[in-house]
Design a binder for this molecule. Structure first.
Ligand SMILES: *Cc1c(COP(=O)(O)O)cnc(C)c1O
Length: 372
């Protein structure tokens, strides 16, 4: 089959829908999931994922950039799309043309958006302690004055939690303080007669660790894809999230490696015994971190095979000495299930010294995405 050619991603849409159901069940009935489909839906493929989510009735999406938002519009996504990051003024026309919602990253940016001179939909970002985007929550009067800017149609107010995945007392206290700061901004706006805007605060871990909160939207990314950022992550809410993505490639050829021979660029691995090795059709240009050279492993027919030598741009080498059946054309699983064995995105990321979010979002354009 062409789509399962060299290296590809299999998307389990049933698991996606199962995750939607479980996460929606944690939220109050009036709170809608606003999937984070930025970075090509965390590498899964923005078009396929957003269309499947829209079919479940989801009407609100968030992305990082205008170009990502336009990709969704071109894929037939006709609900609301919130751009979470900064948009440069020469793209303000796209915000209007594609009917997007722009984040107000601070007060001076609000004025810049307003001076474009056309009605523009925005959500106001509030900084409650991450110190990234948003007008600082302590600047209540400044925040209120954004409502004086006549070209801004303010339909939402939101903030972002930065340690909601943490379970230590310090991390929980910090998150509770962020929640309180957000709520006091909302209260101040209400006291000033400002109503009629949606509120949102939680990402995946905000939902999983603070499920009692009651806002209008939850901006969920990684959990929808059925992954934890790190494999050991424990959360307050008990859910059974199921991985949506499997990453696969093929054995290209099998050959012996004799004692004392070395492999790959830099000859970075040397056989200390008689071995059988295989070349696999996936590399760092596809998003396999080069840091997994001599560190990672893959699954073939339910058996583990270590990555040996340096990972190349398009290929990598593995030790198949113990896998007698290994042959050219065989499927190789880098992330996903293979008979009794499984490598989760979290396991894979941990080996590479990062979180699954980074690994998934960097999966390359060259990989075909196939719904199964
Ligand atoms: C990416 C992002 C999210 C989603 O985060 P997850 O932890 O993947 O659920 C939510 N809000 C903002 C502002 C983001 O940038």
């Amino acid at each position: 089959m062409y789509q399962k050619g060299r290296a590809w991603i299999e998307l389990n849409m049933e698991n996606l829908l199962c995750n939607v159901k479980q996460l929606q069940a944690l939220l109050p009935a009036h709170c809608a999931i606003m999937p984070a489909v930025k970075a090509n839906a965390y590498g899964h493929g923005a078009r396929l994922i957003s269309q499947a989510l829209q079919e479940t009735g989801i009407r609100n999406f968030c992305v990082a950039s205008v170009s990502e938002a336009i990709e969704l519009r071109n894929a037939g996504i006709d609900g609301q799309i919130l751009v979470l990051c900064y948009t440069t003024p020469y793209q303000f026309s796209d915000l209007v043309e594609y009917d997007l919602i722009q984040t107000v990253v601070d007060y001076s940016y609000a004025r810049q958006l307003n001076s474009y001179g056309k009605p523009m939909c925005v959500h106001v970002g509030i900084d409650t302690g991450m110190h990234r985007l948003g007008e600082p929550s302590s600047n209540m009067e400044t925040i209120r004055s954004i409502w004086n800017l006549k070209n801004l149609k303010i339909t939402g107010v939101f903030s972002h939690l930065c340690v909601s995945d943490g379970t230590t007392e310090t991390e929980r206290d910090y998150t509770l303080a962020q929640i309180q700061k957000f709520q006091s901004v909302i209260r101040f706006l209400h006291q000033n007669g400002i109503y009629g805007f949606k509120q949102h605060l939680q990402g995946s871990y905000g939902v999983l660790n603070y499920p009692h909160l009651s806002f209008d939207y939850a901006r969920i990314g990684i959990a929808l894809y059925g992954a934890y950022s790190s494999p050991g992550d424990k959360t307050i809410a008990q859910v059974n999230l199921k991985p949506v993505l499997a990453l696969k490639a093929r054995i290209e050829c099998v050959k012996p490696l004799h004692t004392g021979e070395s492999v790959g660029y830099g000859l970075d691995y040397t056989a200390v015994k008689e071995m059988k090795i295989a070349a696999v059709s996936i590399g760092y240009a596809d998003g396999i971190p080069r840091g997994l050279s001599n560190r990672g492993y893959v699954l073939i027919n339910g058996q583990k095979a270590d990555i040996i030598g340096r990972i190349c741009m398009d290929q990598l080498l593995i030790d198949v000495s113990e896998i007698s059946s290994a042959a050219a054309g065989d499927e190789v699983v880098l992330i996903g299930k293979c008979k009794e064995q499984e490598i989760t995105a979290g396991d894979f990321a941990e080996r590479a010294g990062t979180i699954s979010n980074e690994i998934l979002s960097r999966l390359g354009k060259r990989l075909e995405r196939v719904a199964v």
